[in-house]
Write a protein that binds this ligand. Structure first.
Ligand code: ACO
Length: 401
């Protein structure tokens, strides 16, 4: 009998790293994270500077092309993206096939995957021009697809893209305007939304980005790869955390109930976790959470919303940051802790939160996918395993078992 475990002896060095906590799967020049110091840089630029001073279109250009654009380059890029915001009219029939109460992330997985059936002329991954067009299409159409998912869920007619509005303004208009009523995009909300998009644009080799790269490594077309990324993002430990964090804050409801939830989070027999706390890489304050907290303050003030959930969040943060359990495990608020409060104040239902994350992350996924395809060292992603099943044995006919 062959002991299959012995076979590993012939393959040289072999690492076992569940969750890839210390294995680099690629080289990348897009995003740098120092989790101990709480630093996040895109192409060298600190995230707080980009969120405060740049725009989502500019950050998209930066991630895709490697440098900040000149004024003319930014205008040209924005014009190109704007030209691609429409989706094929037949795609609307795809939506109508879903149940009215379908989760919009379920719709997103299906509709984005279906784009490869509509845009055959940009699925050849070996043609740089086709790759560029596919990238532009994905970034441009995600707001349209996301807004349509929302409109479908509330039973309102789809709103077509408007090319006279900004990327983010157009998305807000497609989401919140209704026929026969004037809707003017509020600049404070537009600015906050644009910041949220910037803060979610890329985050190196997280689960969904790794999924996009793994799918892409087999040569799958970009639309299929981004659909795979959306599916992975949906999980509550990843992109679904903003929805889960807001639901948790609502459940806590008042400041006096916080200790009960802190105690639950510390109890090893209780699977409960403080949603919006902790991060695989950040063992310090997530730099995106800082911007998010400030933006939440601005939006609530501007809208005149006095949401008690914001008080619960701030108090919870203070209590957790001073609790020995959270201090010892280096659990700090992450990007999702405050984003739900802002999105809720703007008027998005919780089911849309992860959709908005997917919308923004598309640029990171697309940039990472392009980087991977252009990398001569790239191979098909094919992790190995440590086999723990039975050793070789002989088949036993069913009447002898
Ligand atoms: N509440 C309470 N305890 C926690 C939390 C939390 N939110 N997060 C981690 N811990 C504890 C774990 O129980 C574990 O304790 P132990 O060492 O005694 O077993 C320890 O801290 C380490 O946790 P791991 O799960 O091993 O850390 P990992 O890096 O695998 O997980 C994760 C990171 C998934 C983000 C985790 O912190 C978590 O589940 N957080 C809540 C969900 C969340 O907010 N996700 C959003 C992530 S950001 C993003 O995707 C954009």
């Amino acid at each position: 009998v062959i002991d299959i475990r012995k076979l590993y002896a012939d393959t040289g060095m072999f690492t076992y790293d569940p969750g890839f906590t210390s294995t680099a799967s690629c080289e990348s020049g897009l995003t740098y994270i120092d989790g101990d110091e709480g630093i996040l840089l895109h192409r060298g630029y600190p995230i707080d500077q980009l969120a405060e001073q740049s725009s989502f279109m500019e950050v998209s250009y930066l991630l895709l092309r490697g440098e900040l654009p000149s004024k003319a380059e930014l205008e040209e890029f924005t014009r190109t993206i704007t030209r691609h915001t429409m989706v094929h009219e037949q795609l609307t029939t795809f939506y109508r096939g879903f149940r009215r109460d379908a989760h919009p992330m379920a719709i997103m997985c299906g509709v984005v995957g279906a784009l490869s059936a509509f845009y055959h002329d940009s699925t050849d991954i070996n043609d740089p021009m086709q790759r560029r067009i596919a990238s532009h299409r994905l970034i441009a159409k995600m707001p349209t697809i996301a807004a349509m998912a929302y409109k479908y869920s509330v039973g309102q007619p789809f709103v077509y893209p408007r090319n006279d509005l900004s990327y983010t303004g157009n998305f807000l208009n497609m989401t919140f305007s209704v026929p026969a009523e004037e809707y003017v995009v509020d600049p404070v909300i537009e600015d906050a939304m644009d910041k949220i998009f910037i803060l979610h644009a890329d985050h190196e080799q997280n689960a969904s980005t790794s999924t996009v790269r793994l799918a892409g490594s087999s040569g799958a077309n970009p639309f299929a790869c981004i659909a795979a990324g959306i599916a992975c993002l949906w999980g509550p430990a990843h992109g679904g955390a903003n929805e889960a964090a807001l639901n948790m804050l609502r459940e806590i409801g008042t400041v006096d109930r916080i200790p009960e939830y802190i105690a639950r989070a510390k109890n090893k027999d209780d699977p409960f976790r403080l949603m919006g706390f902790g991060h695989r890489v950040y063992k310090n304050y997530d730099p995106r959470a800082k911007v998010m907290q400030k933006t939440a303050n601005e939006v609530l003030t501007k809208l005149g919303v006095t949401d008690p959930i914001f008080d619960v969040a701030r108090e919870l943060e203070q209590i957790a940051l001073n609790d020995p359990y959270f201090v010892e495990k280096k659990l700090y608020p992450n990007v999702d802790f405050y984003s739900g409060i802002i999105l809720s104040a703007i008027g998005f239902p919780t089911e849309m939160f992860t959709v908005l994350f997917a919308l923004a992350r598309t640029v990171g996924w697309v940039a990472q996918w392009n980087e991977m395809i252009s990398d001569p060292a790239q191979k098909i992603g094919r992790p190995r395993q440590l086999y723990t099943g039975p050793t070789q044995r002989d088949y036993v006919p069913v009447d002898k078992r």
